[in-house]
Design a protein around this ligand. Sequence first.
Ligand SMILES: [Fe+2]
Ligand SMILES: [Fe+2]
Length: 202
Amino acid sequence: MQLPDSDQKKPPNPRDALTVARIVRVNHAGEFGAIRIYSAQILVANWFWADCIPALSEMLEDERNHCAIFRAAMPSRNSRPCRVMQFWSYGGWILGFLTALLGRQGIWACTAAVEAAVHRHLDDQLHFLKQRDFQLYGMILSIREEELAHLRHAEEHLQTPGVMLQVLRKVISFATDSLIWLSTWGDSTRMTHALKANKNSA
Ligand SMILES: [Fe+2]
Ligand SMILES: [Fe+2]
């Protein structure tokens, strides 16, 4: 999905503009990390779990598209990619590689944990953006549908969650949040605080 960038409404005040810039930066970093995770998983799946490749390749294609959409949305919102994307680049790749070595359940546990972490942020973002940046709101709404499809696919392929699987999902979820925090230099926390403050004042 590619939307024209020229007709976007300017956020009404500098604080909102800063939050919008953070949303775009954090989401772009998250999509970049997802690309690295799925790339590493596809590499391992090529050796051991070839049946997972079609779904993983489709997800990788979606993430590339999402990443490009957020990148294109940056200039007009005074936003730039994080300067420390290496955290996501190496961290995401290692996360994907190790979980894929664990087998199919490792792959789908990782996908479910990462997609759930992404999804957690999106509802608050949508709530904030609806009155402030309708174009970005529309982009995220459509991206959320695809992220939800990734999450559903992973959950359908996960076996009944045993203790090991639950621990693995928690560890991956923590690793994902930490990598996003590191790669955005804490912007993800500031974005969450701004969105919470907005929700409480609504
Ligand atoms: Fe995505
Ligand atoms: Fe996704």
